[in-house]
Design a protein around this ligand. Structure first.
Ligand SMILES: [Zn+2]
Length: 389
C-alpha cells in the first residue's frame, strides 16, 4: 500500500503512533515534508454503530462537538452575510441546529444541507433543501453558493483536499468558506487521558497544516485560527479568483514536521503517566465516598477512570451528564441524571470530569449544591501525579 500525503502529495509517510483499541486497525502517520498528521488506512465508510462512549480509539457514535460551535459560525455569517440574500451550503448538517440558527437570523437566505445520516437529517429538512448523502457523493452546481459551512466534518473525510477544492468549485468567485475542525494542539494538555486519535478521525490538523490545505484548495485566508484556542481550528476564507493558480508541489516545512513529531511523542508520554495515575485518583475518590460523591461528566474522562483506574461507579450518589443522557440511560451500570439530581441529593463532593466546559460546570455545580466541595478532574490528576512527600 502506497499512501501519499493528502496535503503536499509526497510519499514516505512515517508511522508516528498506534492508537489504543482501534477497531479499524488504524495507525497514525506523519508526513516528514509538510508535517500533516494523518491516519491510515483511509477507511471512512465503516458501518454505523450504536451510540457508545469509550476512552479508546473506538469512541462511538455520539456527536458532541458541533452544537457547541453554532454561535461562532453564526457570528461569522453575520460579519459577512450582508442583508442575508445568500445561498448557503451546510456540510454535515447533523440535526440542522446551525441551519435553524441561520434561518432565524436571515429569513431570506436559501439553505442547502448535506447530511448522510438520515436518522438525524430529517430535522434539517425543515429549514433547508436536504441532500441525504455524503459530500463526496454529490455533484452540486458550480458557482451556486455564497457561503459553504463545514464544522467538524473535514477530519472524517478520506480526501479532504479533494472536498475543499469542490467547496471552491461550488462557491461563487469571492464566496466564503467557514471551516471548523479539531485542533491537534489539544493533545499537549497536561491532563489528557482519553485516546485522542480516534478511528473516525482520519486527519489531525494543526493551524499550519489546515491553513495550508485551505490555501492550496483555492482560498485566501480572511480569519486564521485563534492561537489561544487549543481545541478548535476556526477559519474563514474567501475563494480566490481562478487565475491565481497554486504553486505545485507545496514547499516542505521541516519545522512543522518536527513540531508534530514532538507533540505526538509528548502526548504518548504524558498520557501514559496520566493513565498510571488514574488508580490513585480512584483511590482518592473512594476515600471521599462517605461524603457522597457526584460526578458531572460521564464521557471519555469518566470512562478512562473506570477502564484504566478501576474506579467503581456504584459508590457514587449521582452521575450527571446532560448531553449523554439524551443518548443513553446509563454508563458502566450507573444511571445518568440531569443537573437536577445534584440539587436533590446534595452530595458532599462534586467532581467535574470535563476539559472543555469545566469552568461553566463548576459555576453551575456551586449553585445547585452550595454545600459541596467542587473538584475538577485536572486537580485530582495533578495530586495523584505529585510524588508523595
Ligand atoms: Zn506532506
Amino acid at each position: 500500500m502506497l499512501d501519499f500525503c493528502e496535503l503536499c502529495g509526497r510519499d514516505g509517510l512515517i508511522l508516528a503512533y498506534a492508537p489504543e483499541h482501534s477497531t479499524r486497525g488504524i495507525s497514525v502517520h506523519l508526513c516528514p515534508a509538510c508535517g500533516l498528521v494523518q491516519s491510515l488506512p483511509r477507511i471512512d465508510r465503516a458501518p454505523r454503530a450504536v451510540a457508545a462512549v469509550s476512552c479508546g480509539a473506538d469512541w462511538g457514535n455520539v456527536r458532541y462537538g458541533k452544537g457547541f460551535r453554532t454561535a461562532i459560525a453564526l457570528d461569522a455569517v453575520k460579519r459577512y452575510g450582508g442583508l442575508g440574500y445568500f445561498t448557503l451550503l451546510d456540510v454535515g448538517s447533523n440535526r440542522g441546529r446551525f441551519l435553524a440558527a441561520v434561518k432565524n437570523s436571515f429569513p431570506a437566505a436559501t439553505l442547502v444541507a448535506v447530511e448522510p445520516d438520515e436518522r438525524v437529517a430529517e430535522a434539517a429538512a425543515a429549514v433547508a433543501e436536504l441532500h441525504s448523502c455524503r459530500i463526496e457523493d454529490i455533484d452540486l452546481e458550480a458557482g451556486r453558493f455564497d457561503i459553504v459551512h463545514s464544522c467538524h466534518t473535514i477530519e472524517h473525510l478520506a480526501h479532504p483536499m479533494r472536498v475543499l477544492k469542490d467547496h471552491a468549485r461550488v462557491l461563487k468567485d469571492g464566496g466564503l468558506l467557514i471551516l471548523d475542525a479539531p485542533n491537534i494542539a489539544i493533545i499537549g494538555s497536561d491532563d489528557i487521558v482519553e485516546e485522542w486519535f480516534i478511528d473516525k478521525h482520519l486527519y489531525h490538523f494543526s493551524a499550519n497544516t489546515l491553513t495550508r490545505m485551505v490555501e492550496a484548495a483555492g482560498f485566501e485566508i480572511l480569519e486564521a485560527p485563534d492561537p489561544s484556542d487549543l481545541a478548535n481550528l476556526f477559519i474563514v476564507a474567501k475563494k480566490r479568483a481562478a487565475a491565481a493558480a497554486q504553486a505545485q508541489p507545496l514547499a516542505a516545512e521541516p519545522a512543522e514536521a518536527d513540531a508534530a513529531r514532538d507533540l505526538v511523542d509528548r502526548y504518548r508520554h504524558i498520557r501514559l503517566g496520566n493513565i498510571q495515575a488514574l488508580t490513585a485518583v480512584a483511590t482518592e475518590l473512594n476515600t471521599l465516598a462517605t461524603k457522597g460523591i457526584a460526578i458531572w461528566g460521564a464521557g471519555r474522562i469518566f470512562d478512562s477512570l473506570i477502564v484504566h483506574g478501576g474506579f467503581d461507579p456504584s459508590t457514587l450518589s449521582s452521575l450527571i451528564d446532560t448531553h449523554l443522557k439524551a443518548h443513553m440511560a446509563e454508563r458502566h451500570g450507573f444511571p445518568l441524571s440531569g443537573p437536577e439530581a445534584l440539587a436533590a441529593s446534595q452530595p458532599g463532593v462534586v467532581v467535574v470530569m470535563s476539559r472543555g466546559f469545566a469552568d461553566e460546570i463548576v459555576a453551575e455545580a456551586k449553585i445547585l449544591a452550595p454545600g459541596a466541595d467542587v473538584l475538577v478532574f485536572a486537580e485530582l490528576l495533578g495530586r495523584a501525579k505529585r510524588p508523595a512527600a
